[in-house]
Design a protein around this ligand. Structure first.
Ligand code: AMP
Length: 431
C-alpha cells in the first residue's frame, strides 16, 4: 500500500500543547469578563447562505471579492464559511426575533473559527479564531464606551502593557455621502495611479480604497481629506460623548482619523486595539464599531448596534513573542501512579478511583519499566506527587508516596492516602 502523506491545508493550524494552555487562559479570562459585563454566549453555524456576508460586509470589500470560501452545496445553493461573526449574529437575532424591548441592549458574545482566503503569513491565517461581542438595540454613547472599555480590559487582564487604543468616527450615511462626493473629487485626478481593484472601487464603493494594501494606493489615500471633517452635528455630538465617557473611565485612547476599517456596515464610532510589536500590515489585535443600519438591512427592526472582534490566534502569538505567560489559576495537586507490581491492577484501580473521586488530577504511568524512570516522567509532566505501588505495597495494603518537590518519601496505610496527600500539599480537592 502506498503511504498516505497529507499535510494540513495552507493557512490552518493544529492547536495543541502549550498553545492549548494559552488558549484556555485567554478564553477563561474573557468568559469571566463577559459575565462581569453581563454578556451571554451565542453559537451560530460555521457556514451561512452567501448573501448573509456579501450583502452586509459589502460587495466591493476585499473579503467578499477575494477571500470568501464559497461553494455550492449538493443542491446547488451557494454557501460560505463565515469570514467574520457579526453578520451571522445579526441574521440570527433577526431570524429568532431576539431583540425585544425587555432585553435591550441585547448583549451577546461568541467564540468561533473564521475563514478567509488570505495570503498566510505571521499573524494572518486562512482559518483563525475570533472572540467577539455584539450589543444590539441602543445608540447610547455610553454603550460605545462600555464596549471599548471591555476590549481594553481584556488585554489588560491578559497582561499586555503597551497596546494602543485607536478610535474614530466615520459618521452616518449623510456624513458619508457628503464625504464621498469630496473624496471622488480628490481621487479623480489620481485615478491613473490606482491599482485595478481600486479603479473598480472608485466606481462602485470609493471608501474601500482606504483598505487597499498596495503602496501606491495607500500613498494616495493618506493625502485624502478625512471623513471626520464631514461629520454632521449629531455625529459630532455622539462622538464627543463617547470620548468624554472614555475619559471618565480613565482610558488612554488616541483619535486616529486614518482609521476606517474594511467592512461596509460600520457607521459612527469605530475602534481598534493595535500593537507596535506586530507588523504594520496586521498590527490589530482586535477592533470593531457601530453598525446602526445592519439589523434593518437584514429586514430586522430599525435599531442600532455595536460590537468588536479579537483575533485569538494573533493575541496568543503576541503573548508568546512578548513573554507574557498564561496563568493557571491555582496550584493543583497532581498525582502520578507508578507501578512495577507483577499483578495488582484492581489495587491500582482502587487507588486511581479514590484519588479521582477526591478531585485529584491523576494519571497512571503505562510505560512501567522502572520506578526511577516513572518518577522522572512524572516530574517532566508536571505532577507533584508520585504514588508508587510495588508487590510489597499490595501485600501489606500500603502505598508509597513521594513528594516530588521535597523528594521526601512516605510509606502509609492505603486508607490514609488522601489524608497524607492533603498534609503534603495543603489541599485535597482541586476546586
Ligand atoms: P476583522 O474582523 O477583520 O476586524 O478582524 C478582527 C481581528 O481578527 C483582527 O484584529 C485580528 O486579530 C483577527 N484576524 C482577522 N483576520 C485574521 C487572519 N486572517 N488571521 C488571523 N487573525 C485574523
Amino acid at each position: 500500500m502506498i503511504a498516505l502523506v497529507i499535510n494540513s491545508p495552507r493557512g490552518t493550524a493544529d492547536i495543541y500543547g502549550d498553545d492549548i494552555k494559552y488558549r484556555n487562559f485567554v478564553i477563561n479570562t474573557v468568559r469571566e469578563l463577559f459575565e462581569v459585563f453581563n454578556f451571554e454566549e451565542i453559537i451560530t453555524p460555521a457556514f451561512e447562505h452567501t448573501g448573509v456576508f456579501s450583502r452586509s460586509i459589502g460587495e466591493s470589500t476585499d473579503i467578499v471579492q477575494k477571500e470568501m470560501y464559497t461553494f455550492p452545496d449538493r443542491k446547488g445553493r451557494s454557501l460560505t464559511l463565515r469570514p467574520e461573526g457579526t453578520a451571522s449574529i445579526v441574521r440570527a437575532v433577526v431570524e429568532k426575533k431576539m431583540l425585544i424591548s425587555e432585553n435591550i441592549p441585547l448583549k451577546l458574545f461568541y467564540i468561533g473559527n473564521m475563514f478567509r482566503y488570505e495570503r498566510p503569513q505571521k499573524g494572518r491565517m486562512r482559518e483563525f479564531w475570533q472572540i467577539g461581542v455584539e450589543a444590539l438595540g441602543s445608540d447610547d454613547p455610553m454603550l460605545d464606551a462600555e464596549i471599548i472599555w471591555m476590549l481594553n480590559k481584556i488585554f489588560d487582564q491578559l497582561g499586555f502593557k503597551n497596546l494602543k487604543l485607536l478610535i474614530n468616527s466615520i459618521g452616518c450615511s449623510r456624513c458619508r455621502d457628503n464625504f464621498i462626493i469630496r473624496f471622488k473629487d480628490f481621487i479623480q485626478p489620481e485615478i491613473a495611479g490606482l491599482c485595478g481593484d481600486c479603479k473598480n472601487r472608485y466606481q462602485k464603493n470609493p471608501l474601500r480604497i482606504f483598505d487597499c494594501k498596495v503602496p501606491g494606493c495607500k500613498a494616495i489615500a493618506v493625502r485624502s481629506p478625512k471623513i471626520t471633517e464631514f461629520l454632521c452635528d449629531s455625529c459630532i455630538v455622539h462622538f464627543g460623548k463617547v470620548k468624554e465617557a472614555l475619559s471618565d473611565l480613565s482610558l488612554d485612547y488616541k483619535v486616529s482619523d486614518d482609521l476606517v476599517r474594511g467592512f461596509d456596515y460600520y457607521t459612527g464610532t469605530i475602534f481598534e486595539m493595535v500593537s507596535s510589536d506586530l507588523e504594520s500590515a496586521q498590527n490589530a489585535l482586535g477592533g470593531g464599531g457601530r453598525y446602526d443600519r445592519l439589523l434593518m438591512e437584514f429586514n430586522g427592526p430599525d435599531k442600532p448596534a455595536i460590537g468588536f472582534a479579537i483575533g485569538l490566534d494573533r493575541t496568543i502569538m503576541l503573548m508568546k513573542d512578548l513573554g507574557i505567560k498564561y496563568i493557571t489559576s491555582k496550584s493543583k495537586t497532581k498525582a502520578y501512579i507508578i507501578s512495577i507490581a507483577d499483578t495488582g491492577s484492581s489495587y491500582i484501580l482502587s487507588i486511581l478511583k479514590e484519588l479521582r473521586d477526591g478531585g485529584i488530577i491523576c494519571d497512571i504511568d503505562y510505560l512501567g519499566a522502572s520506578i526511577g524512570a516513572g518518577i522522572k516522567r512524572a516530574g517532566k509532566k508536571g505532577f507533584n506527587i508520585a504514588v508508587i505501588i510495588g508487590d510489597d505495597e499490595i501485600n501489606n495494603n500500603t502505598i508509597t508516596i513521594k513528594d516530588l518537590k521535597s523528594f521526601k518519601q512516605y510509606n502509609i496505610n492505603k486508607d490514609k492516602l488522601l489524608e497524607k496527600i492533603s498534609e503534603i500539599t495543603g489541599a485535597v480537592k482541586n476546586d
